[in-house]
Structure formats: structure tokens, C-alpha cells
Design a protein around this ligand. Structure first.
Ligand code: B1M
Length: 223
């Protein structure tokens, strides 16, 4: 069986130790870390998501697979972050309150860090007050919010409203993403940008920072 398939299969089966072993082996063979991520770990996550949607597997299986994904990421992340040159810009990011899904958000963090941005990752279950506090504390130019549940999407709206009430909205760009989030929803809640997938969040942040200096307020989107 091919290398990437073996990683994906071990992940689907929730075998974290096997995923670690296979990822380490691939890195030793000089397989590019981005390939390991995309064709191995993410392919496995997509597979388990699909099976969950089709009711072929259940929450405990998904949980085990998620843990295996995180285990693999811990091994591949340092390689992804090698030779990073700092880029000006501080991003505060988190998964909104009530929501524990962090795989997509963690990918956004990894890609932003690998592009050289300073990132403060608040983790999961982050309340509006915590987002606003972190923006102030870190003097961040960009706030990123992730939500995977339709029930937690409104926390994005509340956070933007709190930024407005705190007089901070003019100086911080807000970007949103996650499964149920759409461009239209981003616009509706007065966010500044939306990315449908993790890697394109880098270009989105870049454009947001550019807009901050140009003081021009168009909605930006990265496919
Ligand atoms: Co949950 N879950 N889950 N889950 N889970 C979904 C999201 C769901 C769609 C499954 C389904 O029913 N088909 C469904 C939500 C339905 C809805 O509201 N519309 C669901 C549900 C209902 C639940 C529970 C309520 C289940 C239950 O307990 N009955 C529960 C809720 C817990 C909570 O949060 N309070 C729950 C629990 C879990 C686990 C803990 C088991 C696990 C999460 C583990 C973890 O994250 N550490 C889990 C998982 C893994 C999933 C699925 C299967 C996979 C999500 C994932 O990680 N995808 C998911 C089904 C699905 O999405 N098809 C499902 C891979 C990841 C790379 O993609 O996160 O979409 P994603 O991120 C993408 C983009 O969205 C984007 O970049 C990423 C990659 O390109 N992106 C951003 C994400 N954030 C971004 C931010 C940005 C920009 C881009 O800028 C700031």
C-alpha cells in the first residue's frame, strides 16, 4: 500500500501511534511535509468525515481519528514551520464559544505561522469577551474565528458587535471560516473576510493587512 494511503488508513482507524510512526518515516525519507499533511492526514480526515456523514462510523470513531490527526500534526508541524521568516502582523484566532472543533482552525494557525505571522491561538470554546481581550492585549491587527456548528455561528456576530461597542472595530480586521460559514454569512455579520479553506486564510490575512494600511473597506474572500 502506498505511503499516504497507509497514513490515511491508520488515521481512519484511530491508530495514533501508527500515524506517528508513518509520518516520522515519511519525514526521514524526505517526503515534503505539505504532502504528508494534504495526501495523508487530511485525506484521512476527509475519509472519516465522509463515513460519519454516511453513518458508517460514530462519534467515538471520529474522536479517535481526530486524536490520531492531532498526533500526526504534532510530528509534521515542526517540519512545516522550518525556515520561517517573520512577516509583520499579529493574528488572534480561536474556535467560538460552545464549539470544540479545532482541526480546521489548527490548520489555519499552522499555515499562518508558516507564512511568518505571529499568531495567538486561544484554542476552543472562546467567548466574545476573551476574543476582545486578546485583541487588545496583543495589539492584533486581525481576528480570526472558526465555527463548525450552525448553533455556534452566532457567536461570531456577538464578537463583532462587542468589538464595535469597545471602539476597536476600525483597527481590527475580522476573518471567519469553518464548515457552515459562507461568504454571505460573513458579509451579513459585518466580517471583513471569509476563507473556505485553511491555506487560503494566508492570502486573506495578507489582503486584510494591506487594507488596514490603505484604509479601504471592501469584503475580501479567498476560495
Ligand atoms: Co462534529 N460535527 N460534532 N465532531 N464533526 C460536524 C461539524 C458535523 C457537520 C457532522 C455531521 O453531522 N455531518 C455536525 C455539525 C452539524 C451542524 O451544526 N451543521 C457535527 C456535530 C453535530 C457534532 C456534535 C454535536 C455531535 C454530538 O455530540 N452529537 C459534537 C459537538 C461538540 C461541540 O463542538 N460542542 C461534535 C463532536 C465532534 C468530535 C469531538 C467527535 C470531533 C471534533 C474533534 C476536534 O475537532 N478536535 C468532530 C468532528 C471531527 C466532526 C467532523 C466529522 C469533521 C470536522 C473536521 O475536523 N473536518 C464534521 C463533519 C464534517 O465536517 N464533514 C463534524 C476536517 C477539517 C480540516 O475541516 O474543520 O471544516 P474543517 O475546516 C476546514 C474549513 O472549514 C476551513 O479550513 C479547514 C481546512 O481547509 N476553516 C477555516 C475552518 N476554520 C477556519 C477559519 C478560518 C478560515 C478557514 O479563518 C478564521
Amino acid at each position: 500500500m502506498r505511503r499516504f494511503e497507509r497514513i490515511a488508513n491508520a488515521l481512519v482507524k484511530g491508530k495514533a501511534a501508527k500515524v506517528i510512526e508513518l509520518v516520522e518515516e515519511a519525514l526521514k525519507k524526505d517526503v515534503p511535509p505539505i504532502e504528508i499533511l494534504n495526501r495523508g492526514l487530511l485525506a484521512g480526515m476527509n475519509n472519516i468525515s465522509e463515513r460519519y456523514r454516511n453513518e458508517e462510523v460514530f462519534i467515538p470513531d471520529v474522536l479517535l481519528a481526530s486524536r490520531a490527526f492531532h498526533a500526526g500534526m504534532r510530528v509534521v508541524r515542526p517540519a512545516l514551520l522550518q525556515d520561517v521568516r517573520p512577516t509583520p502582523g499579529h493574528v488572534v484566532i480561536g474556535t467560538v464559544a460552545g464549539d470544540l472543533h479545532d482541526i480546521g482552525k489548527n490548520l489555519v494557525v499552522t499555515f499562518l505561522r508558516s507564512a511568518g505571522y505571529e499568531v495567538t491561538d486561544l484554542g476552543i470554546d472562546v467567548h466574545p469577551e476573551e476574543f476582545v481581550e486578546a485583541v487588545v492585549k496583543n495589539n492584533a491587527q486581525v481576528l480570526g474565528m472558526s465555527a463548525l456548528l450552525t448553533t455556534t455561528m452566532p457567536v461570531m456576530d456577538s464578537t463583532i458587535k462587542l468589538l464595535e461597542q469597545s471602539g476597536l472595530r476600525e483597527r481590527v480586521k475580522v476573518i471567519v471560516g469553518g464548515g457552515p460559514i459562507t461568504r454571505e454569512y460573513g458579509k451579513k455579520i459585518n466580517a471583513d473576510g471569509y476563507a473556505s479553506e485553511a491555506r487560503s486564510a494566508v492570502a486573506l490575512v495578507e489582503r486584510c493587512l494591506q487594507e488596514l494600511t490603505e484604509e479601504n473597506g471592501t469584503f475580501v474572500e479567498s476560495a
